[in-house]
Design a protein around this ligand. Sequence first.
Ligand code: FAD
Length: 386
Amino acid sequence: PNKVGLAGSPTKVIKVQPPPKTRNPEIKYVGKDQDVIDWLVQKIRESLTEDSGQSLKYERPKPKAKTEREVWVYVDHVDGEPNPASWEIMGEGRRIADLMSTSLSAVVIGDRVDKVVGEAFQYGADKVYHARTKGYNLYDNDVFTQALSRLVKKYSPEAVLFPGSRNPRELASTTAIAVDTGLIADCTNFDVDEKGILHSTRPDFGGKEMSTIICPNHRPVMVTVRPGVFRPLPRTERKGEVIREEVEDLFTRFKVLETRKVERRNVLAEADVVVGVGRGIRDPENIKLAEELAEKLGGVVGVTKPLADSGWYPKDRQVGQTGVTIRPKLYIALGISGAVQHLVGIAGARKVIAINLDPEAQIFQNSDYGVVGDLFQVVPELLRRL
Ligand code: FAD
């Protein structure tokens, strides 16, 4: 709807552009260049030994504006256990607050949330607002919307960022309606202009374009942030001021009948090395080759959507827009063309190596190192040398 500029929409698209090319590829051709496999082994080794502390170090950006109101990050939790996606958003929230020269606050809703409040400081918050919802510690959309909208109306922040996980996405939309402001969903990039207005960028049209959206006249701007894109700040021992608000007269239309814990760890999201497999692998039997390579490098296998859709590999191993966003130290793409929907899932990988027969394949433009060649020739040789 934003694209056609619906009358009355609080948000406005200000720029649409193709996804940025973030890497500068170095490419070798099998059969043309010398010692391609040696070079590949060296690049793999380098990728795995590079100092990982580097990317965690926070460098305070130069402020672009001076904003009076604060930046808030909503901290998601399940019965007092923080959702780690919140700390990634806190990391980016810190940068946004610094660009606006304002302070960064965490918002925590619930009854027993001491652990969440403590960790919010350790991951970068200057201040924590705790809306105490007596008797409600689990997420309840009615209760949490009332609590958050009261806090927002009372303290009037500039922006509220939410992790793009299930409950916060819902809470962001119901709260945006309750306080009559705009919501920009599923963002992957942020900037601030000289007026202190937040520019939020998100993939649109199935990832073919990036739209930059602002909320010019309503405050706060509400934003959900795609999990897995940003990194948390290094954890510290800092503490700060907690502002507690008892939220009275809560009502809910929901009644929780039962709660059950579900194990939802995804090995892909946590792996340091991911070997990605695409249609170039030709036959499900051949995925063994990728598994062998992954095992040798202490990693796991991920796949493109067509492979997951045809049941060649489990759906929870699909990398990309409708799969998992990954951030390994090294991603090796075997026989993957590099569709944008796949690329958004690997944007956070530290190094990307692609092996593909087609020198024109898009994946090469989004890789650090590429080998133009047959994966059935390159991978067995690579396995022998590693
Ligand atoms: P192809 O595009 O067919 O590429 C195969 C590649 O293998 C080619 O580049 C070819 O040159 C190479 N090749 C062939 N033989 C060899 C060989 N012997 N050695 C080396 N290379 C070889 N896709 C995802 O991956 N993740 C998503 O989350 C996702 N979400 C989507 C959401 C939507 C709404 C839509 C519309 C699409 C989505 N897709 C997603 C699909 C995406 O658009 C592409 O169709 C898909 O990523 C292509 O998969 P592929 O690279 O395996 O296959």
